[in-house]
Write a protein that binds this ligand. Structure first.
Ligand SMILES: Nc1nc2c(ncn2[C@@H]2O[C@H](COP(=O)(O)OP(=O)(O)OP(=O)(O)O)[C@@H](O)[C@H]2O)c(=O)[nH]1
Ligand SMILES: [Mg+2]
Length: 198
């Protein structure tokens, strides 16, 4: 799957701005600066469709991309970035959790983590919460280009064990060399087919 027809639809800052057509949605979540927007661009084969920045806190709304006229990819603001004001952090958090909690069309969440880092508290909390809510998810360990083959295997095993994730439910990925892109697209398609709305 190389070219995916995609259009940017809306950057929503309130739930009443979300699309009303009831297509399934796949949300992309993770710590600030982990590479969510880069991953979306890599999946969609577009350079700067989702805005990328080396400074954390780039994505601020729920950004909806319509893919192949059939589902939405939703780029979420990152969590865990200390330098945005408390108030802004709180309102993002509220928006994201309200969205994840109430959205019927949400088919699943792709949870993106940095392959170089160990288990992070906020990622653990999100994964626990998704399990409790019975929201299907996929884990992605990104920035794999920064590690050698051996280190990749070791780090992936550490994250699997730390988060209780089976190797079939995660993808080792890189937006720089596109490692894992095909596998992730396949898994996302499966996630979309199990939509809560259908
Ligand atoms: N080496 C490497 N760098 C990456 C990769 N993915 C993202 N980056 C870099 O990481 C930084 C953050 O990328 P973004 O895609 O903006 O991250 P984000 O998670 O969307 O960030 P927020 O929207 O601020 O939460 C940028 O400098 C990217 O170029 C990757 O796979 N490998
Ligand atoms: Mg972003």
């Amino acid at each position: 799957m190389d070219y995916l027809e995609t259009t940017f639809v809306i950057s929503a800052h309130r739930l009443d701005q979300l699309p009303t057509d009831e297509l399934p949605e796949i949300a992309f979540a993770g710590r600030s600066n982990v590479g969510k927007s880069s991953l979306l661009n890599t999946l969609l084969n577009r350079k700067q469709l989702a805005k990328v920045s080396s400074r954390p806190g780039k994505t601020t709304g729920l950004n909806f991309f319509l893919v192949q006229q059939s589902l939405y990819f939703v780029d979420l603001p990152g969590y865990g970035y200390a330098k945005v004001g408390k108030e802004q952090r709180f309102s993002w958090g509220k928006l994201i959790s309200a969205y994840l909690e109430t959205r019927k069309q949400l088919a699943g969440v792709v949870v993106i983590m940095d392959l170089r880092h160990g288990v992070k508290q906020l990622d653990s909390e999100l994964l626990h919460w998704l399990r409790r809510q019975s929201i299907p998810f996929l884990a992605v360990y990104t920035k794999a280009d920064k590690l050698s083959g051996n280190e990749r295997t070791r780090q992936a095993a550490l994250l699997d064990a730390g988060h209780g994730i089976s190797s079939a439910d995660r993808v080792v990925f890189s937006s720089v060399n596109r490692l894992g892109r095909e596998l992730l697209l396949e898994k996302i398609q499966k996630l979309g087919e199990g939509s809560r709305a259908s």
